[in-house]
Design a protein around this ligand. Structure first.
Ligand code: EPZ
Length: 421
């Protein structure tokens, strides 16, 4: 096991480049199962979740060529196996996104139920309800979803709630279904738009992605495509908040500012100077952080994936604010760890009250999930003294070379062998 050791108090200065978006790469890798032609993805981030998905694609019979850094060639000439096994799905719940493509192409899929995780129960009932509406026969058997269908049938389906991977799974399924599918109450995240764009490059007929209604004309087959993955907006926002919390001046190059509007407006409101142009976004601190309320919501609202990092920032706010987590039922696991560092945070249900303090103090803290890890890194960067973050495998699911990128911005941060956990 490894830990991160951070000596806080260094204002971050300089530029960092946004990598390819993890949450765009994952559905795109699943989309490659829809065709026997080659799909080429560039700017693939080197992350644990990507490695897990590669393993899954290999398990299903796809051929991979990942010898060029940042590039992944996938060719699912045939599907040799229809099972997404527990040992893979339990480490990465996004594996359920093979359900749609396997049913669409083969009419058969056995996918382990993902189970819950630190941030909530995270059921997939909407995925299954949509696939059943398209004619799939779905049984639950010893922790596995066993789905069978002769051919998926287009349907007019309304999600009971907004779900990102649920929307993506059903778009993937509809791409080869018979007839037209209308999906209502869809997620509008940029990663959904990216998936639709690449599917259309493969010959699919997807309209309306990025709105709450997506219409898909099913095809008999799809071809391959080559695509450069969009920049990771969550990674970008995390580094901007790292600059803000250390009272520094950080520019993230290569990110799409329009994907960050809700966060940038909030940072501006909190007293940071925000400059956005075609090449990226810069955030400059004047030393003060104004406490500002926030509520997380589906895109284009304030992303739940920024909530933990924002809470660390508000821990040093000039008064107090409320943070409401509307998307997940248990996404405050970072709060008690921040309190160990001197933050004053009180949780009541889905609301956190954050009373700003003058300083945070370094401490031993434990990561519980991906974005909670990022929150603890930000707090450690700003804290007085040494912070040791344990279980950093959570961090490495979604942030490529974070210690190296932060060191290049002036942080005193290093990996070390962890002999505590
Ligand atoms: C995606 O997860 C992202 N993951 C998450 O990012 C992100 O936090 C989340 O969307 C919300 O934006 C990927 O894209 C791989 P949801 P997803 O389905 O699709 C409930 C990260 O940090 N729900 O939009 O799993 C669910 O429990 C990760 O990179 C159902 O009840 O999230 C949650 O409360 C973490 N039934 C809410 O909807 C369902 O069938 C939103 O979940 C599906 C979801």
């Amino acid at each position: 096991m490894q830990k991160l050791v951070i000596k806080g108090g260094h204002p971050l200065q300089g530029s960092v480049e946004a990598g390819g978006a993890k949450n765009a790469a994952l559905p795109l890798m699943c989309a490659s199962l829809l065709t026997s032609d080659e799909v080429v993805l560039r700017r693939i981030p080197a992350l644990r979740d990507i490695r897990t998905t590669k393993q899954l694609l290999l398990q299903l019979g796809a051929q991979l060529d990942d010898f060029t850094p940042g590039m992944l060639r996938i060719k699912a000439r045939e599907i040799a196996d229809h099972t997404a096994p527990y040992e893979l799905v339990k480490t990465m719940r996004a594996s359920v996104m093979v359900l749609g493509p396997l049913l669409a192409r083969e009419g058969k899929a056995d996918v382990s139920l993902p189970g819950g995780c630190a941030i909530g129960a995270r059921p997939i009932d909407q995925h299954l309800k949509g696939l059943a509406a398209m004619g799939a026969k779905i049984e639950l058997d010893q922790g596995y979803i066993r789905a069978r269908v002769k051919r998926l049938q287009g349907v007019d389906f309304t999600f009971d709630l907004v779900t990102v991977t649920g929307t993506e799974n059903l778009i993937l399924a509809s791409a080869l279904a018979r007839g037209t599918t209308v999906l209502r109450n869809c997620a509008a995240e940029p990663e959904v738009v990216e998936l639709a764009h690449v599917l259309n490059r493969m010959g699919a007929g997807v309209e309306g992605a990025g709105t709450d209604t997506v219409v898909i004309e099913g095809r008999e087959s799809l071809g391959g495509a080559a695509h450069e993955i969009m920049p990771d907006r969550i990674e970008a926002g995390t580094y901007l908040m790292a600059g803000a919390i250390t009272r520094g001046d950080v520019r993230v190059v290569g990110c799409e500012s329009s994907h960050l509007n809700a966060l940038l407006e909030k940072l501006d409101d909190a007293g940071l100077t925000v400059e956005a142009d075609d090449d990226g976004v810069r955030v400059v601190s004047n030393g003060k952080i104004r406490s500002r309320n926030v509520e997380t919501n589906p895109y284009p609202g304030f992303a739940t994936d920024f909530q933990a990092q924002y809470m660390a920032l508000m821990a040093l706010g000039d008064s107090e604010c409320g943070i409401t987590e509307n998307v997940f039922e248990n996404r405050f696991m970072h709060a008690p760890e921040l309190v160990r560092m001197g933050a004053d945070i009180r949780i009541s249900g889905r609301c956190a009250r954050v009373i700003g303090v003058q300083t945070l103090s370094g401490a031993h803290v434990q990561a519980t999930d991906l974005r909670a890890s990022a929150s603890l890194v930000l707090a450690g960067l700003a804290a007085e003294g040494i912070t040791e973050i344990h279980r950093i495998y959570h961090l490495e699911r979604g942030y490529e070379r974070m210690p190296e990128k932060l060191s290049a911005l002036g942080a005193d941060i290093r990996r070390a062998k962890d002999d505590i956990v």
